[in-house]
Ligand binder design. Structure first.
Ligand code: UTP
Length: 296
């Protein structure tokens, strides 16, 4: 019988250099889209997919992330005294059941594969999800939930995939497709950041994975792959001839919040989706665009 996916790894040990100087003192994952930090979007998505154990791979300077999921007794009692029940309700989303969340350190940023490997003892011998909080996905049914449902049919490794422009393939892990079944594609190869023009397709891997424990064993004996880092893609690709790898075309819009442009687009999009912000922001945007166009 296939094991249910109840554990998720959140690799958040990267340096976040693209957001310096902000990330000098705040973790990238605490940066906010409207009023919620990136990590909250990832946690909510994981919960919706049935995840019960949340494993964070962190590094020096990520203390704010741990505090975020802690109780805040002083703040809560102040809000209670003021009768701010609505705000107390909002805070509830940050409460994690005792023991549901674990932190492990990656002592040196040696790549995504290495970060996942650091969590191996907490994962044990069962399938697990990996979620990169930089990738925020707006979807009717949360992306990881779509993937867990698809995984229940296949029992094989699964990576979230989306079509990207041909001139952007060098920024992603790209899938070489064996069989295209629509939402699922059977994969016969994976290339990390191929040169433009040399990519086997334009189907790119983004930051949601469901992996079998065999991938951890592969990471165990990984040599250093592309760019001197231990690549998760390489450890997954080793399973192509083994337990199999599927790409999953999720339904939804992905924002690359690891980049400034992506973060700004996500901010506008999530703000426009809020009824209380929509009209004011829409008016500002259209006036600003009209003014810029007139000036150019
Ligand atoms: P990125 O490639 O976005 O790197 O990592 P980064 O350090 O976060 O950001 P930049 O490029 O310097 O701006 C993708 C994901 O993998 C994690 C990151 O925290 C992020 O969630 N990661 C990366 C690790 O946990 N450890 C690593 O060694 C590398």
């Amino acid at each position: 019988m296939k094991r249910k996916v109840t554990k998720a790894v959140f690799p958040v040990a990267g340096l976040g250099t693209r957001f310096l100087p902000a990330t000098k003192s705040i973790p990238k994952e605490i940066m906010t889209l409207v009023d919620r930090p990136l990590i909250q979007y990832a946690i909510d998505e994981a919960r919706a997919a049935g995840i019960k154990e949340f494993i964070f791979v962190t590094s020096r300077g990520k203390g704010a992330l741990e505090d975020y999921f802690d109780l805040a007794p002083v703040l809560e009692s102040a809000l209670r005294k003021k009768g701010k029940d609505d705000l107390l309700e909002i805070l509830k989303a940050t409460n994690m059941e005792s023991g549901a969340i674990a932190y492990i350190r990656q002592h040196k940023a040696m790549g995504l594969g290495h970060a996942v490997w650091c969590a191996r003892r907490l994962i044990g011998n069962e399938p697990f999800a990996v979620m990169l909080p930089d990738d925020v996905i707006a979807a009717d049914k949360p992306c990881l939930q779509q993937m867990v449902e698809a995984y229940e049919e296949t029992g094989a490794n699964m990576v979230a995939a989306m079509e990207v422009p041909r001139d952007r393939t060098n920024a992603y892990g790209i899938l070489d497709v064996d069989r295209d079944m629509g939402d699922k594609v059977l994969v016969k190869g994976m290339v990390e950041k191929p040169e433009i023009g040399k990519a086997p397709s334009n189907l790119a891997v983004i930051g949601r994975y469901i992996l079998t424990p065999k991938v951890l064993q592969n990471l165990n004996r990984m040599k250093q792959g592309a760019g001197g880092e231990i690549q998760l893609t390489d450890a997954i690709a080793e399973e192509i001839g083994g337990q199999g790898v599927y790409g999953f075309r999720f339904k939804g819009q992905r924002f690359d919040c690891g980049s400034k442009a992506g973060f700004l687009q996500a901010t506008v999009s999530f703000a426009l989706a809020r009824p209380e912000l929509h009209d004011e922001l829409m008016q500002y945007l259209s006036e600003t665009v009209a003014q810029r166009e007139a000036a150019e």
